[in-house]
Design a protein. Structure first.
Length: 533
């Protein structure tokens, strides 16, 4: 069985959607809400601790019907089956895509064994049984990695700070050594555990940082002490060994888990140390429940399917280029950077699964930030700018702190923003608000809000490890849905290779202080300016 390879624009549903788009592109959502007081009920899903309202989108029942037909014609159901069953759907790398196997109930032996190792390792570090070379307890854990080997654990560590134990967990990713220098200020090598996370163990940034940390460590502690202080998560045993990390300290990674989907594997080891194994398991459980929902639920009630289809609707028919994600929780500050990699490394592709150039738009630009801070930053553009930007609002019914008043204020803003985006404010309302003083006052026009701006609301019970797991899995599956419809391969990332190749040539030139390559005049001038400083 091969993975579906259907150009979506050749489907009957696509053609019908094009026609349908013409009939509704200028319609105002407020009209639909006025016409049908039950509109919200038609476009909402209650699933476990999640309430998803997608009624504030530019859709009618007919739109959804056609989008479901599009999913059917592009064989989304078959694609989901193939992914979960471990078919090599990442064809350009000849790999299966099985991050879902890391969290399923009946785990394979190697996954179960790794989880057991993670448990005993993290327990002993947390309980102070794992000692440093000089006999000190570990107080600080440093995760060295980049991209998927950094963003996931970092985001989740921030998101689940509330559940954190006494260990301080730090993240070092950038090849800019300033980051490492700042982290060193807070560390004592005798009480520090370093986890080098690199699937390939060849990533320049990570290996360079690992070397910087090794050098720093060896200034105080003899080489044999590395056993108690250096651990790695990698699929490249040979390189890890060469670096000086013994077999016992290597946690595996598998080629069927993509970097940006690897939080659920031993890549989450630093997180596991920081929040404890039980909480880590709850994160997996939440994701697993969402996997079941995605796999088994009819598309009409299927959260990731609906979110993915809405994205296609906006991207390919309304021609929107970006989507904003706005979590109303300070803990979720790392969510947008994490999702930027997940979405844009997956679906930023211009070649379809048949090997030809795609003749339509694919991956959207993902951006955003936490509310309410974002309201005082970029919301002006959302409300009165000229671009249509569908937004996801993510909020929680219950806070983790005890200050209900503050939570109500935060959530009042959360609800008000989606209402404002939908309803806007007419000129008549502005004039009425100003007691009808001089209706010819042109300043009034600046205070008008068009409204009719789309948003989707994800209202979740509380920010728990389990709910976070489900939330992340929603987005992972949304990415998959988009990729299937767009007929692209979501699980490779060839687009990051060229820059790496060119950087290694330039680095040689910089190191030798001599330009040997025939660079374009712009790059040559920049390099000369750098070298002459
Ligand atoms: O940026 C490309 C990439 O391959 C990502 O997909 C990955 O998450 C990151 O680099 C890190 O790779 P590694 O874990 O092999 O160091």
């Amino acid at each position: 069985m091969t993975f579906p390879k259907i150009n979506p624009t050749t489907t009957t549903a696509w053609k019908k959607l094009e026609k349908h788009f013409e009939t509704i592109k200028n319609k105002n959502m407020n009209f639909w809400f006025d016409q049908n007081p039950n509109r919200a009920k038609k476009f909402q899903i209650n699933w476990k601790n999640f309430f998803v309202d997608f009624s504030k989108n530019k859709i009618t029942e007919e739109t959804m019907k056609l989008l479901f037909s599009l999913a059917k014609e592009t064989k989304l159901k078959e694609a989901i089956h193939q992914q979960f069953e471990g078919f090599p759907i990442n064809e350009t790398e000849k790999r299966a895509v099985l991050h879902t196997a890391l969290r399923k109930k009946e785990k394979e032996k190697e996954v179960e064994e790794t989880l057991e190792r993670m448990k005993s390792f993290s327990d002993s570090v947390i309980e102070g049984k794992w000692r440093g070379f000089t006999g000190e307890k570990i107080t600080d854990v440093v995760n060295i990695g980049i991209g998927g080997s950094d963003l996931g654990p970092k985001m989740a560590m921030e998101a689940l700070q509330f559940y954190k134990n006494h260990l301080n967990v730090h993240f070092v990713s950038n090849v800019d050594a300033d980051q490492a220098a700042e982290v060193f200020k807070r560390l004592n090598p005798e009480t520090t555990l370093i986890i080098v996370v690199s699937k390939s163990f060849t990533t320049l940034e990570t290996i360079n940082n690992a070397k910087i940390f090794r050098k720093w460590f060896l200034k105080t502690i003899p080489k044999k002490g590395m056993m108690q202080h250096f651990v790695t998560v990698s699929s490249n045993l040979e390189e890890a060994n060469k670096f000086g990390i013994g077999k016992k300290n290597i946690f595996p990674m598998w080629d069927w888990v993509g970097g940006r989907f690897s939080l659920w594997s031993a890549v989450g080891l630093s997180l596991c140390c920081g929040i404890g194994f039980n909480n880590f398991c709850k994160l997996l459980e939440g994701a697993q429940e969402m996997d079941e929902h995605f796999k088994n639920t009819d598309f009409k009630e299927n959260i990731p399917v609906i979110l993915g289809l809405l994205s296609v609707w906006y991207n390919n028919f309304f021609e929107v280029e970006t989507e904003a994600i706005i979590p109303y929780s300070h803990y979720l500050e790392g969510l947008v950077p994490y999702l930027q990699q997940a979405f844009m490394e997956s679906n930023g592709k211009n070649i379809c699964r048949n090997g030809e150039a795609v003749p339509y738009q694919t991956g959207n630009i993902i951006w955003g930030s936490t509310g309410s801070n974002a309201q005082h930053a970029f919301f002006q553009l959302l409300h009165q700018g000229t671009k249509m930007i569908p937004c996801d609002f993510i909020g929680f019914k219950k806070s983790l702190h005890q200050d209900q008043q503050s939570h109500d204020m935060l959530m009042a803003n959360f609800f008000a923003q989606t209402e404002a985006l939908l309803k806007g404010k007419s000129k008549a309302e502005v004039i009425a608000e100003n007691n009808h003083k001089n209706p010819e006052n042109t300043l009034y026009t600046y205070k008008v809000f068009e409204g009719n701006k789309p948003s989707t609301t994800l209202l979740i019970d509380q920010l728990t490890p389990k709910n976070l797991g489900s939330l992340l899995a929603i987005y992972e599956h949304k990415i998959f849905v988009q990729g299937v419809i767009w007929n692209i391969f979501s699980y490779d990332q060839w687009g990051v290779e060229l820059g790496k190749q060119l950087a290694s040539v330039i680095y040689e030139n910089l190191k030798n202080k001599e330009i040997t390559k025939d660079f374009d005049s712009s790059t040559a001038a920049l390099l000369n300016a750098y070298l002459s400083s």
